[in-house]
Design a binder for this molecule. Structure first.
Ligand code: LLP
Length: 421
């Protein structure tokens, strides 16, 4: 459920007509709904009620500070994967003891930043990383709380580019080697082993892979405890999928996911952490764009938009589907026709959809890509020297630009021309 609905023939974001925002901000832009963000965070929080838990939003999904603050004010922690994300979370007011540091290649500089600024835990992913973190912590006269990310060798049944829990993936340490790696970690002077971490992939549309992974984590918890480790926190990663079409897709609900966690891990008395990104932000954001031209090709018509693959890379990168809807609601019974929906970038890959059935659209009409809140703005680039597009946050009747569109000068002036030229 989200808060982008038609009212009297016009698409609204909560109580604001989206066309009104477009008139003020210009297209293309991302627009987020506070109510949807809040609702989705709350669903997870409620799903774990009764268990000691923290929902650490995977801020890689959408990392504008206004979004982070919205969630942090509701009690969210953050899952960060870089020094930049850590700094951003701190800038948004998230306390260090609610920030979890994930990622397969943390640098020593990033470790230092987090240890100095405060951190809930590091999810470490390799033995060399453990050694480095221990050294950094010792040098700072502190100890780093850690979990080790285990790779349970489970098929997440999702797109290959976003599956992470198979042994061929670069993530975590093989669960079969966990005992020996935990023993090494416990022997390092700068580390304090507190738990286990697992994350098997993104956009999972079934619970079964989670069940398999969590059962393995439950078993490992008992084994490691028997080895003398004080396993008291389980970080279960993110990955719960969202519906990208309004038709038949129905991924499991957070309540069912919560129930699964209770069933598989509830008996262990551990504190539970989860790291959802997509489900919190995905359907809380749309990308709004304008039709530049409608071009008749051979046997097909192209809808050329002012948004492009640099603004939303998911279709080009993962063959992802995003529903595209006009801001003006088509009258009931309006006939639809197939369009190839494309952007202005000079690549054939700059195609959002092929043969997409849409109502008649003309130059200047506005459309919205639905479910674009997660991995949309954050994955955008300035390819073709197209400025990063603005982000807008709606809250009831109000809206605010939470990231401005840079001017051409701001972009161009970041270059420096060496003196020999
Ligand atoms: N925790 C870890 C360690 C992760 O690597 C990820 C996502 C998450 C949590 C959050 O997963 P989520 O709940 O959002 O599924 N760019 C891709 C998705 C990449 C996901 C990477 N890791 C896309 O647009 O589909």
């Amino acid at each position: 459920m989200d808060h982008f609905l038609y009212r009297d023939g016009a698409l609204f974001a909560e109580d604001v007509p989206v066309a009104e925002i477009a008139a003020q901000v210009g297209t293309p832009f991302y627009c987020y709904s506070t109510a949807t963000l809040t609702r989705h965070f709350q669903l997870f929080d409620d799903a774990l009620e009764g268990m000691d838990h923290l929902v650490c939003y995977a801020m890689k999904a959408a990392s504008n500070q206004a979004i982070l603050k919205t969630l942090a004010d509701l009690g969210a922690g953050m899952d960060v994967v870089s020094g930049g994300e850590y700094a951003r979370a701190k800038a948004a007011g998230v306390p260090g003891d609610r920030i979890v540091f994930s990622g397969v290649g943390k640098t020593r500089a990033e470790m230092r930043l987090a240890l100095e600024g405060g951190i809930r835990q590091f999810n470490v992913e390799s033995e060399p990383e453990m050694v480095a973190l221990s050294e950094v912590a010792v040098a700072l006269g502190t100890t780093a709380p850690i979990t080790v990310r285990v790779n349970p060798d489970v098929d997440a049944k999702t797109h290959a580019k976003i599956a992470t829990g198979k042994s061929e993936n670069k993530f975590g340490i093989p669960i079969s080697r966990a005992r020996e790696v935990y023993a090494e970690a416990a022997a390092l002077p700068g580390l304090e082993v507190i738990g286990i971490d697992v994350h098997i992939g993104s956009q999972l549309t079934e619970l079964e892979p989670f069940r398999l992974a969590y059962e393995k984590v439950a078993e490992l918890t008992e084994v490691l405890r028997a080895d003398g480790h004080d396993i008291r926190r389980l970080d279960l990663g993110g990955g719960l999928g969202i519906p990208y079409t309004r038709s038949n897709e129905a991924p499991p609900l957070p309540t069912e996911y919560g129930q699964l966690i209770r069933e598989t891990l509830g008996h262990l008395g551990c504190e539970i952490e989860i790291e959802p990104g997509r489900l919190v932000a995905g359907n809380a954001g749309i990308l709004v764009s304008k039709v530049i031209y409608v071009k008749s090709g051979e046997g097909r018509d192209f809808l050329i938009l002012d948004a492009a693959m640099n603004d939303l890379i998911r279709p080009a990168m993962y063959e992802a589907h995003h529903d595209i809807v006009p801001l003006k609601e088509p009258a009931p019974g309006t006939e639809q026709a197939p369009f190839d929906v494309v952007g202005p970038v000079c690549e054939s890959g700059d195609t959002f959809a092929k043969g997409r059935m849409l109502p008649p659209l003309a130059e200047g009409d506005l459309v919205a890509f639905r479910s674009a809140g997660a991995y949309g703005a954050v994955m955008s680039s300035e390819y073709n020297t197209r400025p990063l597009i603005p982000e807008v946050l709606v809250h009831g009747h109000q809206f605010a630009v939470i990231r401005e569109r840079p001017t051409f000068d701001e972009i161009i002036n970041r270059d420096t021309i060496p003196e020999w030229l």
